[in-house]
Design a protein around this ligand. Structure first.
Ligand SMILES: NC(=O)c1ccc[n+]([C@@H]2O[C@H](COP(=O)([O-])OP(=O)(O)OC[C@H]3O[C@@H](n4cnc5c(N)ncnc54)[C@H](OP(=O)(O)O)[C@@H]3O)[C@@H](O)[C@H]2O)c1
Length: 334
């Protein structure tokens, strides 16, 4: 792979910092790296390849001459800078929700629809983290028979709300231990010793925008425009890795042994079938790219149904790793 020139837009956040770690771990040759942030972190330094690199505030002229911009900030920031990134000629691989439903922008999970990235017009979107982990766990079944519907419950780690989400759980746990009342700021109520069955803003019919992403993004990634998903997203006091319970219904019956075989060989997945423990936990999956799947079983309510449980590190495969895998595919030919 050629040595590339890239910027991370949001380099000081949870996803941006993970991207930096993965650039080293994946041994991606970097000719030039620009670390961009908002005004809060401008001037800070971050260690990369054993050298302190200075963070600069993102401005329109800081994309010139780059091959790639990796987006690790929120949607308004991505929208604000996309015209300048397009003008610079760099390819923008964005983690925010800004362009995920734009028909001109491919929405990519490389193991599932990597070849869709061919049709990019300078911008490629990374899907929502729970959507990536869930679809990785079910795509093998969808290839046997199209998935028609899913009922999904997510158990989402606090780091899904960024570095401040992680800090809030740490501070609340410390407050409890010291007998002080927690002071929630990131989440609407305390998350320590609790769980919160509401993530995002109300979207439609009492579902949140976070919940609707599973269906709307899933339709694009799987190429199943008729897919329906009934999703409940729950924030849990777990530091890292999302867990998801899925029941799905396929067009034709998929037997348990067919599903087992498909999931066991699906790239990027680890299917647990051991009798002693056939279910992953968030702690099993932190710090790696694999999506772990377990508890694969028949649905007791419908002959075309299957149920499973999966866990994956949402900062890695749900964000930073998926984006870098897209970059590697573009560089190595799709
Ligand atoms: N966390 C996850 O698990 C996860 C998973 C999938 C997708 N995502 C998505 O990835 C994106 C980043 O999430 P995160 O969790 O890493 O958030 P985060 O920890 O809150 O980090 C946000 C980053 O954006 C930067 N920023 C703020 N204002 C900016 C501006 N005006 N110009 C340039 N940069 C600016 C921040 O810089 P300062 O340090 O200066 O504030 C920081 O580096 C979000 O769109 C999120 O939805 C996150």
């Amino acid at each position: 792979m050629r040595a590339i020139k890239l910027a991370i837009l949001g380099a000081t956040g949870a996803v941006g910092r993970e991207m930096l770690r993965l650039l080293e771990e994946y041994r991606i040759p970097v000719a030039e790296l620009r670390l961009l942030s908002g005004p809060n972190s401008a001037g800070k330094t971050i260690l990369f390849q054993e050298i302190e690199q200075r963070v600069q505030e993102a401005t329109d002229d800081c994309f010139l001459g780059l091959d790639y911009v990796l987006g690790a900030s929120d949607a308004p920031v991505s929208r604000r800078f996309v015209p300048a990134i397009r003008r610079s000629g760099a390819v923008f691989i964005d983690n925010s929700s800004a362009f995920r439903m734009d028909p001109e922008v491919p929405l990519i999970v490389p193991e599932i629809n990597g070849s869709d990235a061919r049709d990019h017009h300078g911008v490629i979107a990374n899907p929502n983290c729970s959507t990536i982990i869930t679809l990785m766990a079910v795509a093998g079944i969808d290839r046997i028979s199209p998935i028609r519907s899913m009922v999904v419950s997510t158990y989402q780690a606090v780091s899904g709300a960024g570095i401040r989400g992680q800090q809030e759980l740490e501070q609340e746990l410390a407050a409890y231990l010291q007998g002080r009342p927690p002071q929630p700021e990131v989440f609407p109520v305390p998350i320590a010793m609790n769980l919160i069955p509401w993530i995002g803003a109300e979207a439609e019919n009492s579902y949140t925008d976070e919940e609707m992403k599973m269906q709307n993004e899933g339709r694009r990634i799987l190429h199943r425009p008729e897919l329906t998903v009934n999703c409940t997203c729950v924030r849990v006091p777990v530091m890292r890795s999302h867990s998801i319970s899925v029941t799905l219904w396929t067009k034709d019956v998929v037997t348990l042994s067919e599903a087992n075989a498909a999931l066991a060989q699906f790239p990027g997945c680890h299917l647990m079938t051991e009798k002693a423990r056939s279910w992953p936990t968030p702690l099993d999956t932190g710090g790696q790219d694999l999506v772990w799947i377990g508890r694969l079983r028949e649905d007791r309510t419908h002959p075309n149904g299957l149920s499973l449980w999966c866990c994956g590190d949402q900062v890695r495969k749900g964000a930073a790793a998926n984006a870098l895998q897209i970059l590697q595919r573009l560089e190595n030919g799709l």
